[in-house]
Design a protein around this ligand. Structure first.
Ligand code: FAD
Ligand code: EPU
Length: 339
């Protein structure tokens, strides 16, 4: 049964905790719900915004259209060999709960992605990543429905053009598909990835020298909780900007001026710069304006410190962009979806 509501506050539906109103709002609990919705006048005649957990969205104004909250549920084992399983999770499943489910079943591959907020359906949108793993590393396929024709389509990994915080769903197919499920290929063996330095340090601090999949998850959770704000307490959407990619020449010129610059070399010869470091060097850690602030423990994260507006967060992000450009000549790119 479709229940299209009118003039709904979107504050509970975005982790920034920003007040904004949606002209129409509907939750879909089945694929049939969505196919039914496609035929309604409200759907046909309005702008649409699909949301999961609202943890990568900044509302800078009311949304004059139809907000569709994806609530599709279910986790299914669809294939199993001696070494691997394919697990299909519906788009509305909570990401972290799904990761914990896979760990409980001793399936390996998602543990480094513990505690990322949001839903499974959004995970391919920006190819979520953390602590040395991106979902492209374990992605098998996804199912989606075209938002105009209602046609069902399966996307294999090669169809998704996954990159750093990128996919085809943010570019060529922007707003064209509702993702209904994502399938992952997980290992039945303990193929752990602890290459990200902080994980090993944390495991050591936990007194663990032969980690299990559960230990790695716990280490990642501990690291995250030590620096990232909990959206239930402080509104935020994780990293507001992407780390910046620069050419070798630009990197070398910066390195000669700023010896301590935090960087990683990339396979294409370019360098990735830790944007959090750039922002911190501009003296902006903890900087606050109109209730929006740069998080004091992680400068890449902007927070709703004091019941601010989305515009205040956006203006702060402009200010940060300008300061980083003035000091380093590096243009940061926003990671969060601005509405
Ligand atoms: P939403 O914010 O609801 O939507 C994000 C985008 O996806 C929107 O454009 C929306 O239209 C679209 N979308 C959502 N669901 C669907 C669907 N079913 N079909 C089609 N389009 C859809 N991200 C990382 O990559 N790594 C991290 O380590 C990380 N850490 C974070 C930490 C914190 C504290 C927070 C608040 C956020 C963090 N994020 C991180 C960002 C965010 O959690 C992820 O991007 C997450 O995948 C967003 O999921 P969501 O369901 O909340 O998406
Ligand atoms: N740093 C600083 N000051 C800061 C923040 C970072 O100097 O205020 C430096 C530190 O040297 C640190 C390095 O930057 O060692 C990297 O910091 P961190 O490990 O916290 O990771 P990040 O590059 O800031 C990225 C992702 C996160 C992800 C973590 C862990 C992006 C945009 N962000 O952050 O993802 O959880 O790595 O892998 O790539 C998100 O996308 O929302 C997100 C939180």
């Amino acid at each position: 049964m479709l229940n299209i509501k009118e003039n709904i506050s979107l504050k509970p539906f975005n982790t920034f905790g920003i007040e904004a109103y949606g002209t129409y709002f509907v939750e879909i609990n089945s694929i049939d719900d969505f196919l039914l919705l496609l035929k309604t006048d409200i759907y046909i005649n309005n702008l649409k915004l699909i949301i999961g957990g609202g943890s990568n969205i900044l509302f800078t104004k009311d949304f004059n259209g139809l907000v569709i909250k994806n609530n599709l549920k279910g986790i299914e084992l669809i294939n199993e060999t001696t070494d691997e399983v394919i697990i299909k999770a519906a788009a509305g499943e909570n990401w972290h709960e799904f990761v914990q489910w896979s760990i409980k079943n001793n399936f390996c591959g998602l543990e480094n992605l513990s505690l990322i907020p949001g839903c499974v359906g959004a995970s391919p949108m920006q190819n979520i990543g953390a602590y040395g793993v991106e979902i492209k590393d374990v992605f098998y396929e996804l199912e989606a429905i075209h938002t105009i024709t209602g046609e069902k389509k399966t996307f294999k990994k090669d169809d998704c053009a996954f990159g750093y915080r990128e996919s085809v769903f943010k570019t060529k197919y922007k707003n064209q598909f509702l993702i209904t499920s994502v399938s992952f290929k997980l290992s039945k063996h303990q193929n752990l990835n602890t290459s990200y330095g902080a994980i090993n340090t944390e495991l050591e601090a936990m007194g663990i020298n032969k980690p299990t999949v559960k230990d790695v998850s716990k280490a990642v959770i501990n690291i995250r909780q030590s620096k990232l704000p909990d959206p239930k307490i402080t509104g935020n959407a994780g990293s507001f900007f992407k780390n910046a990619e620069v050419s070798k020449e630009k990197y070398e010129s910066l390195k000669s001026q700023f010896e301590e610059i935090v960087s990683y070399s990339l396979p294409n010869g370019n360098f990735k710069l830790a944007a959090g470091w750039l922002i911190e060097q501009c003296g902006l850690k903890g900087f606050e304006k109109n209730g929006a602030a740069v998080h004091a423990k992680q400068a890449l994260v902007l927070i709703n410190k004091n019941n601010c507006t989305g515009t205040a967060v956006f203006e702060l992000s402009d200010y940060v962009l300008q300061k980083v450009f003035d000091k380093f000549g590096v243009i940061l790119e926003r990671e969060v979806n601005i509405i």
